[in-house]
Design a protein around this ligand. Structure first.
Ligand code: MN
Length: 383
């Protein structure tokens, strides 16, 4: 019986994890769950899965959750700052980290410190502290399992292969809802238009990141760290059937295909090294008809370019990129800034920041906080 600590259980990944665990109850036990604001869903999940621990991020919702679970033996905690503490103190076999934002960094680190594997759906962990996190994993012989569809695809292509024989990774991008939109129309993109992703159904923050292609930029940075500092390229593939590819030193290319549905990569992160039988919808290539590919437009998608530049410069750059992006997206969702102001805010933050090439985690978290405050002030100046 594997004990899973699932952080971010009420998000779209978290719910899928629980759906899969529901079908594998004899192998998996949910030992702890957490949510930021969705207290009602969290309580419902707790009543169904009967974990030992529940954490609600928003402290104002603590008594609501506590009261709703008063008749059970479940221990209730609150405050996002206590997520890392929960990881430290809870006895589990696998951390499933589906938190959104850099709040996911410390829980990953705490889990690896204990030598426990992490199924990592939280992108920001490797964007902010990739070098540190992967070194720690190697040191502690703990494994970071990719959950994102692209990284899962590469991981699946690499089963039985030697990482030293990789020439490059090719990450596919759907291109998002604005792939064919002329550049001059970007400034007037509405929140609703940006939330309307053609292929994937996801939470709001990542959907905006997919519209700016920042999500793809993050995925390149993640892939670089995940798979041992290899060369990574992006190709736009609007059908999202090929989830990513690996080119080997002999010129051979492997791809992993499937319909765009997170259930398969999520299940593989749990079932690895095995595969489980599933009832998931199957791919029908004849119905799909054709797969097309094109280069990304860096002029239109400034965020992708900025992310690639940050990977190049290393050090504290990607931490600033992520923090500035998180705040800019938050304000875009509140309709306080325009779509095109997201990359502008990130650029300003990158210009402003004091660069360090080998930062400690404490330093990264400090820079994260400082960048957030900087962007908030810049936006307030505009209003
Ligand atoms: Mn992805």
């Amino acid at each position: 019986m594997q004990k899973i600590l699932l952080l971010g259980s009420t998000g779209s990944i978290g719910e899928n994890v629980l759906n899969i665990v529901r079908t594998q109850k004899e192998f998996y036990k949910i030992i702890g769950i957490s949510a930021k604001n969705r207290s009602k869903e969290l309580v419902q999940q707790a009543l169904e899965f009967n974990p030992d621990f529940v954490l609600i991020g928003n402290e104002q919702l603590f008594s609501e959750v506590k009261n709703a679970l008063a008749h059970t033996k479940i221990q209730v905690f609150s405050g996002e700052q206590n997520l890392a503490k929960l990881v430290r103190e809870c006895d589990f076999d696998l951390l499933f980290n589906s938190l959104v934002g850099s709040v996911g960094v410390l829980p990953t680190i705490e889990s690896l410190k204990k030598g426990k594997d992490v199924a990592l759906a939280n992108k920001e962990t490797l964007v902010v502290a990739g070098e540190f996190v992967m070194n720690l994993a190697r040191q502690k012989k703990a494994f970071v399992r990719p959950v994102d569809s692209e990284h899962s695809a590469i991981w699946q292509c690499l089963v039985g292969e030697n990482e030293k024989e990789i020439d490059k990774l090719i990450i596919t991008a759907s291109g998002g809802p604005f792939r064919t939109l002329p550049k001059e129309k970007f400034a007037n993109v509405t929140v609703q238009e940006a939330l309307n992703h053609p292929n994937w159904k996801m939470g709001n923050k990542i959907t905006i990141d997919s519209a700016t292609l920042m999500n793809k930029g993050f995925e390149v940075i993640e892939a670089y760290h995940f798979f041992g500092n290899v060369k990574v390229e992006v190709v736009v593939h609007p059908q999202s059937i090929i989830h990513s590819m690996v080119e080997f030193c002999d010129g051979s290319v492997k791809a992993q295909l499937g319909i765009p549905d997170m259930k398969i990569p999520i299940q593989f992160a749990l079932s690895y090294p095995k595969r489980w039988k599933s009832e998931f919808e199957r791919m029908d290539l004849a119905k799909i008809g054709k797969l097309t590919f094109e280069l990304p437009d860096f002029e239109k998608f400034r965020c992708l370019k900025l992310a690639l530049d940050c990977l190049e410069s290393g050090g504290t750059s990607a931490c600033v990129l992520n923090a500035a992006n998180e705040i800019a997206v938050e304000y875009f969702l509140k309709e306080k800034i325009r779509f095109t102001q997201i990359p502008e805010m990130i650029e300003k933050s990158l210009e402003k920041h004091e660069f360090f090439s080998h930062p400690s985690v404490e330093m990264l978290l400090e820079i994260d906080l400082r960048t957030r405050n900087f962007v908030r002030k810049e936006i307030e100046k505009l209003c």
